[in-house]
Design a protein around this ligand. Structure first.
Ligand SMILES: [Zn+2]
Length: 114
């Protein structure tokens, strides 16, 4: 399952950082695109299971879903693509190029401050 593998990788990365800083992580922020989107419920469950017994146990997970971005061929504006209304938000042109999907990344780790 996609979510379990991602949870494992994220936890490994968080633990590495936690060791480096000798601090306990309390919250992480993950961002993803549309094609690699994480299901929040499934990811939350996978994260809880995989983090059991590690420093990541109980860490709060926030997921940011980034929309598709497109660049208008007419006015060259980059905009968030609305799948239901695929047109440039600046000039309403329907001639645009789809940008690469946002990567799945660990954006932030918040540590417990002592
Ligand atoms: Zn435009």
């Amino acid at each position: 399952m996609h979510e379990t593998v991602v949870a494992q990788n994220m936890i490994d990365a968080v633990l590495q950082e936690a060791k480096k800083h000798c601090k306990k992580p309390v919250r992480i922020k993950v961002s993803c695109g549309q094609l690699n989107a994480l299901n929040e419920e499934v990811f939350g469950f996978a994260f809880d299971v995989v983090s059991q017994g590690t420093l990541c146990e109980g860490v709060q997970v926030e997921i940011e879903h980034k929309p598709f971005q497109a660049q208008c061929q007419d006015c060259h504006q980059t905009f968030d693509l609305d799948i239901d209304q695929p047109q440039c938000t600046a000039c309403q042109s329907d001639s645009f190029e789809l940008m690469p999907d946002a990567p799945l990344i660990l954006e932030e780790i918040e540590f417990l401050e002592e």
